[in-house]
Design a protein around this ligand. Sequence first.
Ligand SMILES: Nc1ncnc2c1ncn2[C@@H]1O[C@H](COP(=O)(O)OP(=O)(O)OP(=O)(O)O)[C@@H](O)[C@H]1O
Length: 536
Amino acid sequence: MFTIGAFANAGRATLMRISGMLHLTPNVTGRIVLINYWVLGQRIVARLRERTYEAAIRQEVEFVERGEGDVISRLSVDSSIVGESVTQNLSDGLRSIIMASVGLGAMFYISPQLTILMLAVVPPVSLGAVFYGRYLKKLSNKTQEALGDMTKVAQESLSALRTVQSFNAHKAEQEKFDERVGTVLSLARKEAVASGIFFGSTGWSGNVTLLALLAYGERSSIMRGIGAGIRIFDLLERKPAINPDLGVEVEPSRLGPIRFENVTFQYPSRPEVTVLKDLYLEINVGESVAIVGGSGSGKSSINALLLRYYDPVKGKVTFDGQDIREFKPASWRSVIGVVPQDPVLFTGTIASNIAYGNESATREEIEAAARQANCEFVWGMPKGFDTEIGRLSLSGGQRQRLAIARALLKKPAILALDEATSALDATSEHRVNDAIEKILRSRQTTCIIVAHRLSTIARAERIVVLEEGHITETGTYRQLVRRKDSRFRALMAAQLNAAVGDPPTPDVEQQLEADKQPSPPVEPPQPSRSSADAII
Ligand SMILES: Nc1ncnc2c1ncn2[C@@H]1O[C@H](COP(=O)(O)OP(=O)(O)OP(=O)(O)O)[C@@H](O)[C@H]1O
Protein backbone atom coordinates (compact mmCIF):
# COMPACT_ATOMS: atom_id res chain seq x y z
CA MET A 1 0.00 0.00 0.00
CA PHE A 2 2.84 2.32 0.91
CA THR A 3 4.39 1.72 -2.49
CA ILE A 4 1.12 2.65 -4.21
CA GLY A 5 0.84 5.85 -2.12
CA ALA A 6 4.38 6.89 -2.93
CA PHE A 7 3.72 6.06 -6.53
CA ALA A 8 0.58 8.27 -6.63
CA ASN A 9 2.54 11.11 -5.02
CA ALA A 10 5.07 10.83 -7.79
CA GLY A 11 2.23 11.31 -10.32
CA ARG A 12 1.00 14.41 -8.48
CA ALA A 13 4.54 15.81 -8.39
CA THR A 14 4.74 15.43 -12.18
CA LEU A 15 1.56 17.51 -12.54
CA MET A 16 3.02 20.22 -10.32
CA ARG A 17 6.11 20.26 -12.46
CA ILE A 18 4.01 20.72 -15.61
CA SER A 19 2.12 23.74 -14.19
CA GLY A 20 5.48 25.12 -13.09
CA MET A 21 6.71 24.89 -16.68
CA LEU A 22 3.66 26.90 -17.81
CA HIS A 23 4.70 29.62 -15.29
CA LEU A 24 1.35 29.40 -13.54
CA THR A 25 1.78 29.78 -9.83
CA PRO A 26 -0.96 27.95 -7.89
CA ASN A 27 -1.98 31.31 -6.42
CA VAL A 28 -2.68 33.00 -9.78
CA THR A 29 -4.31 29.92 -11.33
CA GLY A 30 -6.50 29.51 -8.30
CA ARG A 31 -7.67 33.12 -8.36
CA ILE A 32 -8.54 33.12 -12.05
CA VAL A 33 -10.42 29.85 -11.76
CA LEU A 34 -12.26 31.00 -8.64
CA ILE A 35 -13.38 34.37 -10.03
CA ASN A 36 -14.57 32.81 -13.28
CA TYR A 37 -16.47 30.10 -11.52
CA TRP A 38 -17.94 32.54 -9.04
CA VAL A 39 -19.34 34.70 -11.84
CA LEU A 40 -20.59 31.61 -13.65
CA GLY A 41 -22.22 30.41 -10.45
CA GLN A 42 -23.99 33.74 -9.97
CA ARG A 43 -25.27 33.62 -13.52
CA ILE A 44 -26.60 30.14 -12.99
CA VAL A 45 -28.29 31.21 -9.75
CA ALA A 46 -29.86 34.25 -11.44
CA ARG A 47 -31.21 32.18 -14.33
CA LEU A 48 -32.45 29.50 -11.97
CA ARG A 49 -34.27 32.07 -9.85
CA GLU A 50 -35.95 33.63 -12.84
CA ARG A 51 -37.04 30.25 -14.17
CA THR A 52 -38.23 29.02 -10.77
CA TYR A 53 -40.25 32.18 -10.23
CA GLU A 54 -41.73 31.89 -13.71
CA ALA A 55 -42.72 28.29 -12.98
CA ALA A 56 -44.11 29.11 -9.51
CA ILE A 57 -46.25 31.99 -10.72
CA ARG A 58 -47.84 29.75 -13.34
CA GLN A 59 -48.85 27.05 -10.86
CA GLU A 60 -52.39 26.64 -9.64
CA VAL A 61 -53.15 28.89 -6.67
CA GLU A 62 -53.60 25.96 -4.27
CA PHE A 63 -50.04 24.68 -4.82
CA VAL A 64 -48.43 27.97 -3.92
CA GLU A 65 -50.81 28.98 -1.14
CA ARG A 66 -50.41 25.67 0.66
CA GLY A 67 -46.66 25.64 0.46
CA GLU A 68 -45.75 29.30 0.12
CA GLY A 69 -42.66 28.98 2.30
CA ASP A 70 -41.39 26.11 0.29
CA VAL A 71 -41.52 28.08 -2.96
CA ILE A 72 -39.69 31.01 -1.35
CA SER A 73 -37.01 28.74 0.05
CA ARG A 74 -36.54 27.16 -3.38
CA LEU A 75 -36.10 30.62 -4.81
CA SER A 76 -33.61 31.80 -2.21
CA VAL A 77 -31.74 28.89 -0.64
CA ASP A 78 -32.03 26.00 -3.08
CA SER A 79 -31.01 28.01 -6.10
CA SER A 80 -27.86 29.25 -4.31
CA ILE A 81 -27.00 25.71 -3.33
CA VAL A 82 -27.46 24.49 -6.88
CA GLY A 83 -25.35 27.35 -8.21
CA GLU A 84 -22.60 26.79 -5.69
CA SER A 85 -22.52 23.07 -6.10
CA VAL A 86 -22.57 23.23 -9.88
CA THR A 87 -19.60 25.59 -9.99
CA GLN A 88 -17.81 23.92 -7.11
CA ASN A 89 -18.35 20.46 -8.55
CA LEU A 90 -17.46 21.62 -12.01
CA SER A 91 -14.18 23.10 -10.89
CA ASP A 92 -13.43 20.17 -8.61
CA GLY A 93 -14.36 17.75 -11.37
CA LEU A 94 -12.19 19.48 -13.96
CA ARG A 95 -9.27 19.63 -11.57
CA SER A 96 -9.66 15.96 -10.75
CA ILE A 97 -9.88 14.93 -14.40
CA ILE A 98 -6.71 16.84 -15.27
CA MET A 99 -4.90 15.53 -12.22
CA ALA A 100 -6.03 11.97 -12.81
CA SER A 101 -5.20 11.85 -16.51
CA VAL A 102 -1.81 13.53 -16.23
CA GLY A 103 -0.96 11.55 -13.11
CA LEU A 104 -2.10 8.27 -14.62
CA GLY A 105 -0.15 8.96 -17.81
CA ALA A 106 2.97 9.54 -15.78
CA MET A 107 2.30 6.47 -13.67
CA PHE A 108 1.78 4.27 -16.73
CA TYR A 109 5.02 5.61 -18.11
CA ILE A 110 6.89 4.64 -14.94
CA SER A 111 5.26 1.21 -14.34
CA PRO A 112 2.18 -0.12 -16.17
CA GLN A 113 1.88 -3.17 -13.83
CA LEU A 114 1.79 -1.14 -10.64
CA THR A 115 -0.71 1.27 -12.21
CA ILE A 116 -3.09 -1.55 -13.16
CA LEU A 117 -2.80 -2.96 -9.64
CA MET A 118 -3.71 0.43 -8.22
CA LEU A 119 -6.65 0.80 -10.62
CA ALA A 120 -8.16 -2.42 -9.25
CA VAL A 121 -9.49 -0.39 -6.32
CA VAL A 122 -11.51 1.86 -8.65
CA PRO A 123 -14.63 -0.36 -9.28
CA PRO A 124 -15.48 -1.08 -5.60
CA VAL A 125 -14.81 2.54 -4.63
CA SER A 126 -17.07 3.78 -7.48
CA LEU A 127 -19.85 1.41 -6.45
CA GLY A 128 -19.59 2.65 -2.88
CA ALA A 129 -19.64 6.24 -4.13
CA VAL A 130 -22.85 5.65 -6.09
CA PHE A 131 -24.75 4.35 -3.03
CA TYR A 132 -23.18 6.92 -0.81
CA GLY A 133 -24.12 9.69 -3.28
CA ARG A 134 -27.74 8.55 -3.23
CA TYR A 135 -27.77 8.64 0.54
CA LEU A 136 -26.32 12.14 0.56
CA LYS A 137 -28.86 13.32 -2.02
CA LYS A 138 -31.76 11.99 0.07
CA LEU A 139 -30.34 13.64 3.16
CA SER A 140 -29.91 16.95 1.38
CA ASN A 141 -33.47 16.72 0.04
CA LYS A 142 -34.79 16.23 3.55
CA THR A 143 -32.76 19.18 4.80
CA GLN A 144 -34.19 21.38 2.05
CA GLU A 145 -37.72 20.26 2.86
CA ALA A 146 -37.16 21.02 6.53
CA LEU A 147 -35.78 24.43 5.58
CA GLY A 148 -38.87 25.08 3.45
CA ASP A 149 -41.09 24.13 6.36
CA MET A 150 -39.14 26.42 8.67
CA THR A 151 -39.47 29.34 6.24
CA LYS A 152 -43.19 28.67 5.92
CA VAL A 153 -43.74 28.83 9.68
CA ALA A 154 -41.79 32.08 9.92
CA GLN A 155 -43.58 33.56 6.95
CA GLU A 156 -47.03 32.67 8.22
CA SER A 157 -46.47 34.30 11.59
CA LEU A 158 -44.56 37.33 10.33
CA SER A 159 -47.14 38.09 7.67
CA ALA A 160 -49.83 37.90 10.36
CA LEU A 161 -47.86 39.73 13.05
CA ARG A 162 -50.87 41.75 14.16
CA THR A 163 -52.80 38.54 14.84
CA VAL A 164 -49.80 36.94 16.57
CA GLN A 165 -49.37 39.98 18.80
CA SER A 166 -53.03 40.55 19.55
CA PHE A 167 -53.45 36.91 20.60
CA ASN A 168 -50.15 36.90 22.49
CA ALA A 169 -49.07 33.85 20.53
CA HIS A 170 -45.35 34.73 20.46
CA LYS A 171 -44.44 31.81 22.66
CA ALA A 172 -46.37 29.23 20.65
CA GLU A 173 -45.00 30.62 17.39
CA GLN A 174 -41.46 30.64 18.80
CA GLU A 175 -41.84 27.02 19.90
CA LYS A 176 -43.15 26.02 16.46
CA PHE A 177 -40.21 27.77 14.80
CA ASP A 178 -37.63 26.39 17.24
CA GLU A 179 -38.89 22.88 16.55
CA ARG A 180 -38.34 23.40 12.79
CA VAL A 181 -34.89 24.86 13.44
CA GLY A 182 -34.10 21.77 15.54
CA THR A 183 -35.09 19.46 12.68
CA VAL A 184 -32.94 21.42 10.24
CA LEU A 185 -30.03 21.30 12.69
CA SER A 186 -30.20 17.56 13.23
CA LEU A 187 -30.38 16.92 9.48
CA ALA A 188 -27.49 19.29 8.85
CA ARG A 189 -25.50 17.46 11.52
CA LYS A 190 -26.20 14.16 9.78
CA GLU A 191 -25.07 15.67 6.50
CA ALA A 192 -21.89 16.98 8.08
CA VAL A 193 -21.10 13.59 9.61
CA ALA A 194 -21.73 11.91 6.28
CA SER A 195 -19.49 14.39 4.47
CA GLY A 196 -16.86 13.98 7.19
CA ILE A 197 -16.73 10.24 6.55
CA PHE A 198 -16.35 10.97 2.90
CA PHE A 199 -13.48 13.36 3.39
CA GLY A 200 -11.99 11.07 6.00
CA SER A 201 -11.76 8.29 3.46
CA THR A 202 -9.29 10.29 1.42
CA GLY A 203 -6.82 10.15 4.31
CA TRP A 204 -4.88 12.88 6.02
CA SER A 205 -3.51 14.28 2.77
CA GLY A 206 -7.08 14.68 1.47
CA ASN A 207 -8.10 16.55 4.60
CA VAL A 208 -5.07 18.81 4.46
CA THR A 209 -5.84 19.58 0.81
CA LEU A 210 -9.44 20.31 1.73
CA LEU A 211 -8.41 22.65 4.55
CA ALA A 212 -6.00 24.43 2.25
CA LEU A 213 -8.73 24.79 -0.36
CA LEU A 214 -11.14 26.14 2.22
CA ALA A 215 -8.64 28.62 3.63
CA TYR A 216 -7.64 29.68 0.18
CA GLY A 217 -10.85 29.67 -1.79
CA GLU A 218 -13.41 30.52 0.86
CA ARG A 219 -12.06 33.96 1.64
CA SER A 220 -14.64 35.56 -0.59
CA SER A 221 -17.44 33.54 1.01
CA ILE A 222 -16.29 34.74 4.41
CA MET A 223 -16.71 38.32 3.22
CA ARG A 224 -20.18 37.46 1.97
CA GLY A 225 -20.89 35.83 5.31
CA ILE A 226 -19.89 38.99 7.13
CA GLY A 227 -22.29 41.01 4.94
CA ALA A 228 -25.17 38.66 5.66
CA GLY A 229 -24.22 38.59 9.36
CA ILE A 230 -24.45 42.37 9.59
CA ARG A 231 -28.02 42.25 8.31
CA ILE A 232 -28.94 39.59 10.84
CA PHE A 233 -27.27 41.35 13.77
CA ASP A 234 -28.94 44.62 12.81
CA LEU A 235 -32.29 42.91 13.37
CA LEU A 236 -31.13 41.12 16.52
CA GLU A 237 -30.00 44.38 18.06
CA ARG A 238 -32.98 46.45 16.96
CA LYS A 239 -35.00 47.85 19.86
CA PRO A 240 -38.76 47.63 19.13
CA ALA A 241 -40.48 51.02 19.14
CA ILE A 242 -43.12 49.52 21.44
CA ASN A 243 -41.13 47.61 24.04
CA PRO A 244 -42.89 44.30 24.76
CA ASP A 245 -41.19 43.90 28.16
CA LEU A 246 -42.01 47.30 29.67
CA GLY A 247 -45.05 48.11 31.75
CA VAL A 248 -47.36 46.77 34.40
CA GLU A 249 -49.77 43.85 34.15
CA VAL A 250 -53.48 44.55 33.65
CA GLU A 251 -55.78 42.74 36.06
CA PRO A 252 -57.94 40.50 33.80
CA SER A 253 -61.04 41.39 35.81
CA ARG A 254 -60.41 45.14 35.66
CA LEU A 255 -63.16 47.15 34.01
CA GLY A 256 -63.25 50.77 33.03
CA PRO A 257 -64.00 53.22 30.24
CA ILE A 258 -61.73 53.58 27.23
CA ARG A 259 -60.82 57.13 26.33
CA PHE A 260 -59.05 58.52 23.31
CA GLU A 261 -57.93 61.82 24.80
CA ASN A 262 -57.16 64.36 22.08
CA VAL A 263 -55.27 61.83 20.04
CA THR A 264 -53.27 62.96 17.04
CA PHE A 265 -51.70 60.24 14.96
CA GLN A 266 -49.54 59.82 11.88
CA TYR A 267 -48.16 56.52 10.60
CA PRO A 268 -44.36 56.55 11.01
CA SER A 269 -44.00 55.62 7.34
CA ARG A 270 -46.16 58.58 6.26
CA PRO A 271 -45.52 61.42 8.74
CA GLU A 272 -46.88 63.98 6.28
CA VAL A 273 -50.44 62.62 6.60
CA THR A 274 -52.24 63.25 9.89
CA VAL A 275 -54.68 60.34 10.11
CA LEU A 276 -56.32 61.28 13.43
CA LYS A 277 -56.58 64.90 14.52
CA ASP A 278 -57.18 65.79 18.15
CA LEU A 279 -59.68 62.93 18.43
CA TYR A 280 -61.72 62.60 21.61
CA LEU A 281 -63.76 59.44 22.09
CA GLU A 282 -65.05 57.87 25.27
CA ILE A 283 -66.51 54.38 25.42
CA ASN A 284 -68.12 53.25 28.65
CA VAL A 285 -67.96 49.80 30.21
CA GLY A 286 -70.19 47.40 28.28
CA GLU A 287 -71.08 50.01 25.67
CA SER A 288 -71.08 49.23 21.96
CA VAL A 289 -69.87 51.93 19.64
CA ALA A 290 -69.95 51.77 15.87
CA ILE A 291 -67.40 53.88 14.05
CA VAL A 292 -68.56 54.88 10.60
CA GLY A 293 -66.94 57.04 7.98
CA GLY A 294 -65.68 57.09 4.44
CA SER A 295 -62.82 54.96 3.25
CA GLY A 296 -59.53 56.25 4.62
CA SER A 297 -61.16 58.39 7.31
CA GLY A 298 -59.07 56.64 10.00
CA LYS A 299 -61.50 54.04 11.39
CA SER A 300 -59.10 51.10 11.42
CA SER A 301 -56.35 53.34 12.80
CA ILE A 302 -58.45 53.78 15.97
CA ASN A 303 -58.33 50.02 16.51
CA ALA A 304 -54.61 49.95 15.69
CA LEU A 305 -53.99 52.50 18.46
CA LEU A 306 -56.26 50.70 20.89
CA LEU A 307 -54.23 47.52 20.38
CA ARG A 308 -50.96 49.44 20.61
CA TYR A 309 -49.67 48.42 17.23
CA TYR A 310 -48.77 52.11 17.23
CA ASP A 311 -48.62 54.88 19.83
CA PRO A 312 -50.26 58.29 19.34
CA VAL A 313 -48.06 61.19 18.35
CA LYS A 314 -50.01 63.51 20.70
CA GLY A 315 -52.63 62.80 23.35
CA LYS A 316 -53.21 59.42 24.95
CA VAL A 317 -55.45 56.39 25.01
CA THR A 318 -56.56 55.45 28.51
CA PHE A 319 -58.25 52.46 30.09
CA ASP A 320 -59.90 53.01 33.46
CA GLY A 321 -58.07 56.32 33.65
CA GLN A 322 -54.60 54.86 33.06
CA ASP A 323 -52.53 55.50 29.94
CA ILE A 324 -52.35 52.20 28.04
CA ARG A 325 -48.63 52.89 27.42
CA GLU A 326 -48.11 52.06 31.09
CA PHE A 327 -49.33 48.49 30.53
CA LYS A 328 -47.19 45.65 29.30
CA PRO A 329 -48.37 45.27 25.66
CA ALA A 330 -49.06 41.52 25.91
CA SER A 331 -50.99 41.98 29.14
CA TRP A 332 -53.05 44.84 27.68
CA ARG A 333 -53.80 42.91 24.48
CA SER A 334 -54.92 39.90 26.50
CA VAL A 335 -58.05 41.81 27.63
CA ILE A 336 -59.00 42.68 24.03
CA GLY A 337 -60.57 40.32 21.53
CA VAL A 338 -59.80 41.30 17.96
CA VAL A 339 -61.67 40.45 14.79
CA PRO A 340 -59.76 41.96 11.89
CA GLN A 341 -61.29 42.89 8.55
CA ASP A 342 -59.52 40.08 6.75
CA PRO A 343 -58.86 37.41 9.38
CA VAL A 344 -55.81 35.21 9.11
CA LEU A 345 -56.00 31.47 9.52
CA PHE A 346 -52.93 29.38 10.18
CA THR A 347 -51.97 25.96 8.94
CA GLY A 348 -53.56 23.53 11.37
CA THR A 349 -56.98 22.31 12.43
CA ILE A 350 -60.10 24.40 12.87
CA ALA A 351 -59.88 23.77 16.62
CA SER A 352 -56.26 24.97 16.80
CA ASN A 353 -57.23 28.06 14.83
CA ILE A 354 -60.05 28.95 17.21
CA ALA A 355 -57.77 28.25 20.17
CA TYR A 356 -54.99 30.35 18.65
CA GLY A 357 -53.03 31.96 21.46
CA ASN A 358 -55.18 30.14 23.98
CA GLU A 359 -53.60 26.71 24.28
CA SER A 360 -55.26 25.82 27.55
CA ALA A 361 -58.76 26.02 26.03
CA THR A 362 -60.75 22.79 26.29
CA ARG A 363 -62.69 21.26 23.41
CA GLU A 364 -65.95 22.26 25.13
CA GLU A 365 -64.85 25.90 25.36
CA ILE A 366 -63.78 25.87 21.69
CA GLU A 367 -67.13 24.42 20.63
CA ALA A 368 -69.05 26.89 22.79
CA ALA A 369 -67.19 29.82 21.20
CA ALA A 370 -67.83 28.38 17.74
CA ARG A 371 -71.52 28.04 18.53
CA GLN A 372 -71.67 31.61 19.80
CA ALA A 373 -70.04 32.81 16.58
CA ASN A 374 -72.45 30.85 14.34
CA CYS A 375 -69.74 28.50 13.07
CA GLU A 376 -72.28 25.74 12.48
CA PHE A 377 -70.53 24.86 9.19
CA VAL A 378 -67.77 23.19 11.26
CA TRP A 379 -70.14 20.47 12.46
CA GLY A 380 -71.00 19.73 8.84
CA MET A 381 -67.40 18.96 7.95
CA PRO A 382 -66.36 15.29 7.85
CA LYS A 383 -63.68 15.75 10.49
CA GLY A 384 -65.44 18.58 12.30
CA PHE A 385 -63.10 20.58 14.48
CA ASP A 386 -60.17 18.37 13.50
CA THR A 387 -60.41 19.42 9.84
CA GLU A 388 -57.05 20.65 8.61
CA ILE A 389 -57.28 24.06 6.96
CA GLY A 390 -54.86 26.13 4.93
CA ARG A 391 -54.69 29.89 5.14
CA LEU A 392 -57.33 30.51 2.56
CA SER A 393 -59.34 27.35 2.30
CA LEU A 394 -62.55 28.77 3.78
CA SER A 395 -64.95 31.41 2.50
CA GLY A 396 -64.60 35.00 3.69
CA GLY A 397 -67.69 34.69 5.88
CA GLN A 398 -66.52 31.43 7.42
CA ARG A 399 -63.12 32.92 8.15
CA GLN A 400 -64.69 35.92 9.80
CA ARG A 401 -66.92 33.73 11.95
CA LEU A 402 -63.91 31.62 13.00
CA ALA A 403 -62.14 34.85 13.87
CA ILE A 404 -65.14 35.92 15.96
CA ALA A 405 -65.03 32.54 17.75
CA ARG A 406 -61.28 33.00 18.28
CA ALA A 407 -61.86 36.42 19.82
CA LEU A 408 -64.79 35.26 21.97
CA LEU A 409 -62.82 32.31 23.37
CA LYS A 410 -60.63 34.83 25.17
CA LYS A 411 -63.73 36.13 26.98
CA PRO A 412 -62.40 39.62 26.43
CA ALA A 413 -63.48 42.67 28.37
CA ILE A 414 -63.14 44.67 25.16
CA LEU A 415 -64.00 43.52 21.67
CA ALA A 416 -62.45 45.35 18.71
CA LEU A 417 -64.15 44.32 15.53
CA ASP A 418 -63.42 45.45 12.01
CA GLU A 419 -66.26 44.36 9.77
CA ALA A 420 -65.40 42.81 6.44
CA THR A 421 -65.88 45.27 3.61
CA SER A 422 -65.86 42.67 0.90
CA ALA A 423 -69.14 41.05 -0.01
CA LEU A 424 -69.73 37.71 1.69
CA ASP A 425 -72.05 35.07 0.31
CA ALA A 426 -75.64 35.73 1.41
CA THR A 427 -75.92 32.94 4.01
CA SER A 428 -72.49 33.59 5.45
CA GLU A 429 -73.15 37.29 5.66
CA HIS A 430 -76.39 36.75 7.45
CA ARG A 431 -74.71 34.40 9.93
CA VAL A 432 -71.86 36.87 10.54
CA ASN A 433 -74.34 39.69 11.16
CA ASP A 434 -76.30 37.43 13.42
CA ALA A 435 -73.17 36.56 15.43
CA ILE A 436 -72.23 40.22 15.80
CA GLU A 437 -75.79 41.07 16.85
CA LYS A 438 -75.70 38.36 19.52
CA ILE A 439 -72.53 39.89 20.97
CA LEU A 440 -73.98 43.39 20.87
CA ARG A 441 -77.13 42.24 22.60
CA SER A 442 -75.25 40.46 25.38
CA ARG A 443 -74.01 43.83 26.74
CA GLN A 444 -71.22 42.24 28.73
CA THR A 445 -68.40 43.32 26.51
CA THR A 446 -67.29 46.81 25.58
CA CYS A 447 -67.48 46.77 21.79
CA ILE A 448 -65.73 49.06 19.40
CA ILE A 449 -66.77 48.22 15.89
CA VAL A 450 -65.55 49.59 12.60
CA ALA A 451 -68.93 49.10 11.01
CA HIS A 452 -69.75 48.78 7.35
CA ARG A 453 -73.19 47.17 7.53
CA LEU A 454 -76.42 48.95 8.32
CA SER A 455 -77.62 46.09 10.49
CA THR A 456 -74.56 46.39 12.76
CA ILE A 457 -74.72 50.17 12.81
CA ALA A 458 -78.40 50.06 13.76
CA ARG A 459 -77.68 47.62 16.60
CA ALA A 460 -74.83 49.60 18.16
CA GLU A 461 -75.76 51.71 21.15
CA ARG A 462 -73.89 54.70 19.80
CA ILE A 463 -72.54 55.74 16.45
CA VAL A 464 -69.61 58.03 15.88
CA VAL A 465 -69.06 59.51 12.46
CA LEU A 466 -65.42 59.92 11.61
CA GLU A 467 -64.43 62.37 8.92
CA GLU A 468 -60.89 63.29 8.04
CA GLY A 469 -59.53 62.06 11.34
CA HIS A 470 -62.00 63.60 13.75
CA ILE A 471 -65.47 62.91 15.02
CA THR A 472 -68.06 65.10 13.35
CA GLU A 473 -71.18 63.53 14.80
CA THR A 474 -72.21 61.17 17.54
CA GLY A 475 -75.53 59.76 18.68
CA THR A 476 -77.80 56.74 18.47
CA TYR A 477 -78.87 55.39 15.11
CA ARG A 478 -82.36 56.82 15.52
CA GLN A 479 -81.08 60.24 16.55
CA LEU A 480 -78.72 60.47 13.64
CA VAL A 481 -81.09 59.10 11.04
CA ARG A 482 -83.87 61.42 12.10
CA ARG A 483 -81.72 64.53 11.92
CA LYS A 484 -82.62 65.77 8.46
CA ASP A 485 -79.26 67.34 7.67
CA SER A 486 -77.08 64.90 9.58
CA ARG A 487 -73.65 63.97 8.20
CA PHE A 488 -74.59 60.39 9.01
CA ARG A 489 -77.61 60.46 6.70
CA ALA A 490 -75.54 61.97 3.94
CA LEU A 491 -72.84 59.35 4.44
CA MET A 492 -75.32 56.48 4.48
CA ALA A 493 -77.18 57.73 1.44
CA ALA A 494 -73.99 58.39 -0.53
CA GLN A 495 -72.45 55.06 0.34
CA LEU A 496 -75.62 53.05 -0.16
CA ASN A 497 -76.10 54.69 -3.52
CA ALA A 498 -72.54 53.90 -4.42
CA ALA A 499 -73.15 50.28 -3.43
CA VAL A 500 -76.52 49.96 -5.14
CA GLY A 501 -75.92 52.26 -8.10
CA ASP A 502 -77.10 55.72 -9.05
CA PRO A 503 -79.69 57.21 -9.16
CA PRO A 504 -80.88 56.69 -5.56
CA THR A 505 -82.93 53.54 -5.42
CA PRO A 506 -86.31 53.46 -3.64
CA ASP A 507 -84.70 50.97 -1.21
CA VAL A 508 -82.40 53.58 0.28
CA GLU A 509 -85.09 56.18 0.58
CA GLN A 510 -87.50 53.62 1.99
CA GLN A 511 -84.93 52.51 4.52
CA LEU A 512 -84.23 55.99 5.73
CA GLU A 513 -87.94 56.85 5.74
CA ALA A 514 -88.81 53.65 7.57
CA ASP A 515 -86.25 54.44 10.22
CA LYS A 516 -87.90 57.79 10.91
CA GLN A 517 -90.90 55.94 12.31
CA PRO A 518 -90.83 55.40 16.06
CA SER A 519 -89.63 51.94 16.96
CA PRO A 520 -91.06 49.49 19.47
CA PRO A 521 -89.52 50.32 22.85
CA VAL A 522 -87.67 47.07 23.57
CA GLU A 523 -86.82 45.46 20.24
CA PRO A 524 -83.95 47.06 18.40
CA PRO A 525 -84.70 48.21 14.84
CA GLN A 526 -84.88 45.45 12.25
CA PRO A 527 -83.81 47.03 8.99
CA SER A 528 -85.04 45.18 5.90
CA ARG A 529 -82.60 42.62 4.58
CA SER A 530 -82.18 44.20 1.17
CA SER A 531 -80.57 47.32 2.51
CA ALA A 532 -79.83 46.40 6.12
CA ASP A 533 -76.98 44.10 5.21
CA ALA A 534 -75.68 46.30 2.47
CA ILE A 535 -72.02 47.04 2.68
CA ILE A 536 -71.39 50.72 2.97
N1 LIG B 1 -49.74 51.04 7.86
C1 LIG B 1 -49.98 52.22 7.30
N2 LIG B 1 -48.96 53.02 6.93
C2 LIG B 1 -49.18 54.23 6.37
N3 LIG B 1 -50.40 54.73 6.15
C3 LIG B 1 -51.47 53.99 6.48
C4 LIG B 1 -51.31 52.70 7.07
N4 LIG B 1 -52.55 52.20 7.30
C5 LIG B 1 -53.43 53.11 6.87
N5 LIG B 1 -52.79 54.21 6.39
C6 LIG B 1 -53.41 55.45 5.88
O1 LIG B 1 -54.11 56.06 6.95
C7 LIG B 1 -55.35 56.59 6.52
C8 LIG B 1 -56.47 56.01 7.36
O2 LIG B 1 -56.53 54.61 7.17
P1 LIG B 1 -57.55 53.65 7.90
O3 LIG B 1 -57.21 52.28 7.50
O4 LIG B 1 -57.56 53.96 9.35
O5 LIG B 1 -58.92 54.12 7.23
P2 LIG B 1 -60.34 53.44 7.29
O6 LIG B 1 -61.30 54.52 7.61
O7 LIG B 1 -60.32 52.24 8.20
O8 LIG B 1 -60.52 52.97 5.79
P3 LIG B 1 -61.31 51.69 5.20
O9 LIG B 1 -62.74 51.84 5.55
O10 LIG B 1 -61.07 51.82 3.73
O11 LIG B 1 -60.66 50.47 5.79
C9 LIG B 1 -55.44 56.26 5.04
O12 LIG B 1 -55.07 57.41 4.33
C10 LIG B 1 -54.45 55.16 4.83
O13 LIG B 1 -53.91 55.26 3.53
